[in-house]
Design a protein. Structure first.
Length: 332
């Protein structure tokens, strides 16, 4: 009721004082120039499919007791809201068939949305060495996926107990696989981002997309250190602070796009440091190349229980994105 709302305003007015809190300097707020209809999100093409919102469910999990329910909830949300999805590392499927239901999400997400399998660079290197790389397209076929995400994670593997060492430069492994396969490929780093030379090399390759899983989101180096002995944790903790932010990486990609530098990759997914719809809106607005933004940990938080919790969260994220598109202008 209006009277209740007005009473709430009186009671809450003092607690809502901003004092000296900083404003978000990324945007100009233009309340006179927007409308809900201007913020509406129209379907668009990305990864060869039609998305209804510019949100990507970044690769998360599979092969644990909780994985199937999490992936089912995420795939269901993708179907309802029109999002794309990258599966968690599918390495375990190459070792044990019993985990296949954890990843078998095509029937849930539907036939029209992008769904990508996932393999680590160390495992890809190993399969190329043993001439068993045909197992990857077989896996993609069984999952009815559109292609495969290759995640590049040398820091994580280095710090992981019994991790797989990367024995050759990952760019060479990716280039070799591209020469042997016609699969659609997305390349991403896992939580640390990439520097100038790596980005330059990866953007030249004929891949579907490059995912900027940059420093500022889930830090898998810190996750592995948390699972390690105290001495190892103390010794290697400085490595967990190495990385590149989405701002840094996106600026470089934009510079290359403006300069007209030849690029084989023409789409990007920005997933590092995305904590809200405002972060997502900011980065995709700044990108010169077609871009969507990915979320992992924030979605994971709500995907572990009842689907309605996840549904409410995604609904709120989309509502916030619509408002941002209508009334916020990114500062150049």
């Amino acid at each position: 009721m209006t009277e209740d709302r007005k009473n709430d305003h009186i009671d809450l007015a003092f607690s809502a004082q901003m004092k000296n809190l900083p404003t978000d300097q990324r945007f100009n707020y233009e309340p006179l120039l927007g409308s809900a209809s201007q913020g509406a999100i129209e379907p668009f093409q990305f990864l060869g499919r039609t998305l209804r919102v510019p949100i990507w469910v970044s690769s998360m999990t599979g092969g644990s007791s909780r994985s199937r329910m999490i992936n089912l909830n995420l795939a269901r949300a993708c179907n309802e809201f029109g999002m794309g999805m990258g599966l968690g590392s599918c390495r375990i499927l190459l070792e044990d068939e019993k985990y296949f239901p954890d990843f078998d999400m095509r029937g849930v997400i539907g036939d029209d949305l992008p769904l990508y399998a996932n393999i680590g660079i160390a495992q890809l290197e190993e399969m190329l060495t043993s001439k068993s790389q045909d197992r990857i397209p077989e896996l993609v076929f069984r999952l009815q996926a559109d292609g495969v995400v290759i995640h590049v994670n040398p820091i994580q593997e280095w710090l992981q107990t019994d991790g797989d060492m990367v024995l050759r430069p990952p760019i060479e492994t990716i280039e070799e696989f591209l020469s042997l396969s016609d699969l659609k490929i997305i390349v991403k780093e896992v939580g640390q981002g990439m520097g100038t030379d790596s980005i330059t090399r990866i953007m030249r390759l004929p891949i579907e997309a490059f995912e900027l899983a940059a420093f500022g989101g889930t830090n898998f180096a810190r996750i592995e250190l948390a699972r390690s002995a105290p001495q190892k944790k103390e010794l290697f903790s400085p490595l967990s602070m190495i990385g590149h932010s989405s701002d840094e990486m996106l600026e470089l990609i934009n510079q290359k796009a403006v300069s007209g530098e030849k690029s084989g990759c023409r789409q990007i997914i920005i997933s590092g440091g995305i904590h809200s719809f405002l972060d997502g809106y900011y980065y995709i607005s700044k990108s010169i190349l077609p871009a969507i933004y990915g979320q992992a940990s924030s979605l994971l938080r709500y995907a572990q229980g009842d689907y309605e919790d996840l549904r409410r969260f995604v609904t709120g994220q989309i509502s916030g994105l619509v408002f941002a598109r209508a009334f916020l202008k990114v500062k150049i």
